[in-house]
Design a protein around this ligand. Sequence first.
Ligand code: MLT
Length: 400
Amino acid sequence: MAFINENFLDLKENYLFIDIAKKIKAYQAENPDKALIRMGIGDVTLPIAPVVAEAMKKGAEEMTHKETFKGYEDSGRGYEFLREAVAGYYRSFGAEVDPGEILISDGAKSDCGNIVDIFGENNIVLITDPAYPVYVDSNTMSGKDIIYASSNEENGFAAMPDDSVDCDIIYLCSPNNPTGSVYTKEQLEKWVAYAKSKSAIIIFDSAYEAFIRDETLPRSIFCIEGARDCAIEICSLSKTAGFTGMRCGYTVIPKELTAYDTDGEPVNVFKLWCRRQGSKFNGVSYPVQCAAAAVFTPEGLAETRKNIDYYMENARIMSETCDELGIKYTGGKNSPYIWLKCPNNMGSWDFFDYLLKEIRVVGTPGEGFGPNGKGWFRLTAFGSKENTIEAMSRLKKLLK
Ligand code: MLT
């Protein structure tokens, strides 16, 4: 008889975006002639930059010649040319990271979900509420105890640590998905001090760092002194450079970072993760790594910047609409997400249905990201400018 991992029975029936996709499908089956404006899932819509596409083509071309063909990449950690490029990128915003502690991945979602493998079931995991569903789901799957740090209207949806609460693993995401809030340097310093006081490890999701415009805001946990002793950072090129369909990201684990076995003996986290990856991951394809490295060239950065600016203009249009309508929101200034309070005390799924039916706009119900998302709603800036303007004009007509 085959037995299941019963922790899976504790999961919600579907991953949030699958539930939303089902609702959309049902709506479209009933209303085949009505086009929808999608501002739900955080998927980019602009094509990858020309210099990045060229690098990928060149990489693919190299694969067709005996002399330049590549099989497995030896270390499984990613090509050095890419790790060097990522380290240079970190340096550009004031974080010192050694190429040797950068591990190339197929995106932030996989590493966020898989990192739980190396941490024991006896950990207490602190997750902000609301949060990207992968943190809760992957820790539920591996049977860990989860506690929550409240992000709410009062704290601007930027939960802060409570010294009286004990935990071992902490998930932070800044700029935050879903709330768009961004931690200041002082706030992250508090989290680092808290983590160190508990000998805990912060798993810092910086997938949206490229959307930070305010230069005083940290783009990496490694901009914070002391973070090397207590943090892992997971980042992605999905939103930065339009890689949702290409799949490439990176994880940084400082070489000195330790966690403990049950006898209290320190164990090197970097080595443990490499051991896990050695058995379960064979790396990212060569042409995609070539493309990723091109993102960090001066030309690549300038071209990808244009796309980010385009999305941030959408975010500005959305923020302006909320301001005009007197709707409370966070995000939109240093983040591609707008997290807004549903008008007239509507529930977030009710608001989802209302927008779908009345103005054919799809968003994401805040409740899908955790209980504190009740009554809140997420819109993304990743659509076209035309659609964003149209959606906001429909929203104004509907709510005025
Ligand atoms: C989201 O909408 O939150 C995104 O899909 C996150 C992701 O890239 O997985």
